[in-house]
Ligand binder design. Structure first.
Ligand code: AGP
Length: 608
């Protein structure tokens, strides 16, 4: 996912844009660039790799224009080279783009047929040439953009500046988010509020299909039909969260260690701790009692949070759950119950597949409940009701605190559903709530095991394949552990329901491949331990994540063991997430990987 920043300012804009782009580094990128008007003429600087390469170029080629657009690129079309870096320009304009232009080939072919010569292999250059082509007949940038936009298909956010127009910037949004920032005699454009936090906390998000014409003192919002529209201006709290690493090496480490605090804050938002009751901070636009089935869809780690919640909704609310990854759900044409409820989980609230799945469910008469971190996101705005997870901005690409905050909210929803459906009595509900109230403390205790986890991670650094095993909610947690390890250490890892071992994967067992067994002391514990014995009997290389005495009880002297605190296990998946996160983190760190921005990954995948 790319980052966009635009400034219509009063001082040199290029250095400010580059500085603001640093707040979008978390999105993942492989090149960057900035364009401004020097004496009215389009001037660009672009660089491959990290932003510091662009900043170095700016040091040797200072730009003094007070209008600028900048971009961090995550390559979708064309290699991550300086030539393919944005902004893309013609002699009439410069443009930056986040997203994908799906029909760029036919547009490029049409224009090449008219003799237009392309200089790059990107879809974005097609946008630059298309608007320039329209300018040839209208000579007015507003009209040119208005004519070009309907010709584009795909998901995109765009920002333009024009030759000879020092007080004009145009933004457009179709799928990928874009926000206008309001300053004092200045105006800004950005992919999200975080990028604009250094300049303003007054933000107006464009809706899908909108485009906007900006000068330093005015804004003219238009919808897809070019009608003048008013969009809500709001104060954003993005700047309120200190987006820095604190005393940690990486954002991911900081965010893992923030979990006791943020999970505690989230639970406080959903529970009446004094009464040991769930107290949802919103009114649900449906009745849990009326539901015959709950549909859940999400991607990646968010999907795995939903998978864990499936066990909780079915166990405590006796509510059947159908769950699928959004990239499958959006095309499956799944039949959905009359007046059913569909629940979507998304940290960013901008994941294209999840948004498409949401729209499918909505078109099929479902009420939409979304569990999100970014409450101003597209998924949030298109839901009937949102349950914010309040984890604060999650900068590390690998999701950690958002995952445990999602689980905390989902646990509260499951208890609330059980009480509403009469499947949870007051005492049982209170017991579950009290277990949740203890969860931040257990997360803290799990964090104290970090030195032992770091030592075990040393072993994983030598592995080429790792197998995770678990039963019950420890099975989707095993899937999450495998995802975490894969995505930041690049070591192949997979997870299996421990009971499935004998149906094939046990053939993999040898003394080399680490087998990570997640075994909270729940009703399935004994069975998981006996699966572990099967692995041991074949000389397996076991790492056990379980309560203190589990290793001794298993009679397997000397196995590697992450000793977890004793706890009631209804929501054990939340504290047990900590060791799987830390194992991945330390393995990646010891391998010298880019922990916060792993290769090929982006924090939010706003394209298919
Ligand atoms: C998780 O560590 C990954 N970064 C990825 O799987 C992520 O969870 C997924 O892309 C969903 O993102 P979302 O929660 O913003 O929708």
């Amino acid at each position: 996912m790319c980052g966009i920043v635009g400034i219509l300012g009063r001082e040199k804009a290029a250095p400010l844009v580059v500085e603001a782009l640093k707040r979008l580094e978390y999105r993942g990128y492989d090149s960057a660039g900035v364009a401004t008007l020097e004496d009215g003429h389009i001037t660009r600087l672009r660089a491959e790799g990290k932003l510091r390469n662009l900043a170095n170029k700016l040091d040797t080629h200072p730009l003094k224009g007070t209008i600028a657009i900048g971009h961090t690129r995550w390559a979708t079309h064309g290699k991550p080279t300086a030539n393919n870096a944005h902004p893309h320009a013609t002699d009439k304009l410069a443009v930056v783009h986040n997203g994908i232009i799906e029909n760029f080939r036919e547009l490029r072919k049409m224009m090449e047929g008219e003799g237009i010569v392309f200089k790059t292999e990107t879809d974005t250059e097609v946008v630059a040439q298309l608007v320039t082509r329209e300018l040839a007949t209208t000579n007015d940038p507003r009209t040119a953009v208005a004519r070009a936009l309907p010709q584009l298909r795909g998901a995109f956010a765009l920002a333009f500046i024009f030759e000879g127009e020092p007080d004009l910037m145009i933004g457009a949004r179709q799928g990928a988010p874009l926000a206008v920032g309001h300053g004092d005699g200045e105006m800004y454009l950005g992919s999200d509020a975080l990028a604009l936090a250094p300049f303003t906390d007054t933000i107006t998000y464009l809706d899908d299909g909108d485009w906007v014409v900006l000068t330093r003192t005015d804004h003219d919002f238009r919808d897809a039909k070019n009608n003048k529209v008013a969009r809500k201006t709001q104060k954003t709290s993005a700047g309120a969260f200190l987006v820095d690493k604190g005393n940690h090496r990486h954002f991911m480490a900081k965010e893992i260690h923030e979990q006791p605090e943020v999970v505690g804050r989230t639970l406080a938002h959903y529970l009446d701790m004094a009464k040991a009751e769930v107290a949802l901070p919103f009114t649900l636009p449906f009745d849990w009692k009326d539901l015959t089935r709950l549909t859940i869809s999400a991607c990646g780690t968010a999907y795995l949070a939903g998978y864990i919640a499936k066990y909780w909704f079915e166990r405590y609310a006796r509510l059947p759950v159908e769950i699928d990854v959004a990239s499958e759900f959006r095309y499956r044409e799944a039949p959905l119950p009359e007046k059913g409820l569909a629940l979507f989980i998304s940290q960013s609230g901008e994941t294209a597949d999840t948004l498409a799945a949401l729209r499918y469910a909505k078109e099929n008469g479902q009420k939409i409940l979304s569990v999100v971190n970014v409450t101003t996101s597209t998924i949030a705005r298109e839901s009937d009701i949102i349950a914010p997870i309040l984890s604060g901005p999650e900068i590390g690409v690998a999701s950690t605190k958002a995952f445990t905050c999602q689980l905390a909210v989902l646990a509260c929803l499951a208890i609330s559903a059980g009480v509403a459906r009469g499947t949870l009595g007051r005492d049982e509900a209170a017991r579950l709530v009290n277990e949740l109230i203890l969860t931040p403390g257990r997360i803290s205790e799990a964090l104290h095991r970090e030195p032992a986890i770091r030592d075990i991670a040393q072993r994983l650094t030598k592995a080429t394949d790792v197998l995770y095993l678990g039963r019950g909610t420890a099975y989707p947690l095993a899937l999450e552990g495998a995802l975490k390890l894969k995505e930041i250490s690049y070591i192949h890892a997979e997870a299996y329901a421990a009971g499935e071992l004998k149906h094939g994967p046990i053939a993999l067992i040898d003394e080399k491949m680490p087998v990570i067994v997640i075994a909270p002391h729940d009703p399935l514990y004994e069975k998981t331990i006996s699966n572990m014995q099967e692995v041991a009997a074949r000389g397996g290389n076991i790492i056990l994540i379980a309560e203190d005495e589990a290793a001794e009880q298993s009679g397997l002297a000397g196995i590697a063991h992450v000793a977890m605190p004793a706890m009631a296990t209804d929501f054990a998946a939340i504290p047990y997430a900590v060791p799987v996160q830390l194992l991945a983190y330390w393995t990646a760190f010891l391998l010298g990987k880019d922990v916060d921005q792993p290769r090929n990954l982006a924090k939010s995948v706003t394209v298919e």
